[in-house]
Design a protein around this ligand. Structure first.
Ligand code: 2NL
Length: 351
């Protein structure tokens, strides 16, 4: 029986050397040291031993058990280390590799230019005012001095949302000017007998039911400015616009104010700037004229002042309007306005 135990010890130690994984180890433990394991089986034969032999065999069995337990503990630690090392090697992260650049969004070119415009006028004391895109005929046309059958309506073909019998249809605003009326009335309501001065900007999307061409889309942004107060003159308008254009396009820019017509201003003017490409010589961009048209403006029509709650006998004002897309096209040499709202990343990623 002693020989049997010695043989079992050798067998167990050899088998333990071959155990490579925690699963192997668990199997080994139950095979040799478990309740129904090989050591227990041998010890079950102890009943047949003589009383002299029994303590000797008992001690030997205990020694072997201890030896195997200790060998198991050592082997288990080695296997655990090997498994951990394998796991770490498989999941290795090289922290010295350069990171992957996260895709970054950017502002739409029109938004960038819109913000530049707002910044410049903000420095002159203008505050930004936001207004609804769905409007009433009354605000989009009538209060701006464009009565129901006025020919000026044909300057702006309209998207109607709901026709109404009393000639006050619901429509998509064709310009940001109705927002100016809302703002004027809000300001005037603060002190109806002495309305406060106004200096506001009105940026936003406008809509026109027109043929889409490289030069005109059915939706585009517009930004308008409005200043109302005592003794505001056309000279204030010209000085303000000159300051604005030189900050946006450079201090060497020359301007030209050309008489024009808008129903809501009198007098009205179109503003031209010397051509960015040829400096006035005449080229493809300015179509040989040397000038680029960049905005419209004028002194607020007395009727419009009155409609906004301002007495035209006591107040005057100027207003101007421009399309940021047009400014952006001139700034970057973009040839087709339809790129602006097609959301093609190949276009947008260039800004
Ligand atoms: C253009 C020209 C303009 C205005 C907009 C305006 C608003 C009020 C009263 C008077 Cl409430 N005028 N706005 C005036 C002149 C020109 O826009 O070419 N826009 C793209």
């Amino acid at each position: 029986m002693q020989q049997e135990l010695h043989a079992l010890r050798e067998e167990a130690l050899q088998a333990l050397e071959r155990a490579q994984t925690s699963a192997d180890l668990a199997a080994w433990r139950s095979t040799y040291l478990g309740k129904k394991g090989k050591l227990s089986q041998v010890l079950r034969g102890m009943g047949n031993l003589s009383p002299e032999e029994r303590p000797i065999v008992g001690r030997l069995a205990n020694d072997i058990k201890e030896t195997l337990e200790q060998a198991y503990t050592e082997r288990a630690e080695a296997v655990r280390q090997a498994e951990l090392a394998a796991h770490l090697a498989a999941d290795a992260v090289d922290v010295t590799l350069p990171g992957r650049r996260p895709p970054l969004g950017r502002l739409h070119p029109s938004t960038q230019v819109m913000r530049e415009i707002e910044r410049i006028f903000a420095d002159l004391g203008f505050q930004v005012y936001a207004s609804r895109e769905v409007e009433l005929d009354e605000y989009n046309f009538q209060l701006l001095n464009i009565p129901p059958h006025h020919p000026a309506r044909e300057m702006q073909d309209t998207f109607y949302i709901e026709r109404s019998p009393d000639e006050n249809d619901v429509l998509l605003r064709t310009h940001t000017s109705p927002g100016q009326i809302h703002a004027m009335r809000e300001f005037a309501a603060m002190n109806p007998d002495n309305p406060p001065p106004v200096r506001i900007m009105l940026p936003g999307m406008v809509y026109r039911h027109e043929q889409i061409t490289p030069r005109s889309d059915i939706q585009f942004q517009q930004v308008e400015g409005l200043a109302i107060g005592h003794h505001i003159t056309m000279a204030d308008l010209k000085g303000t616009i000159e300051y604005f254009v030189r900050r946006l396009f450079g201090p060497e820019r020359r301007l030209r104010f050309r008489a024009s017509y808008f129903p809501f201003t009198e007098p009205s003017a179109e503003v031209d700037m010397d051509c960015l490409l040829c400096g006035g010589e005449g080229c493809r961009l300015c179509k040989g004229t040397g000038w680029l048209e960049i905005m419209g403006c004028g002194m607020v029509h007395p009727t419009v002042l009155r409609n906004g709650g301002y007495d035209p006998e006591r107040y005057t004002g100027y207003a101007f309007g421009m399309g940021p897309a047009r400014i952006t096209m001139l700034k970057y040499g973009i040839e087709d306005i339809r790129y602006f709202w097609q959301n093609d990343l190949r276009f947008l990623e260039q800004f």
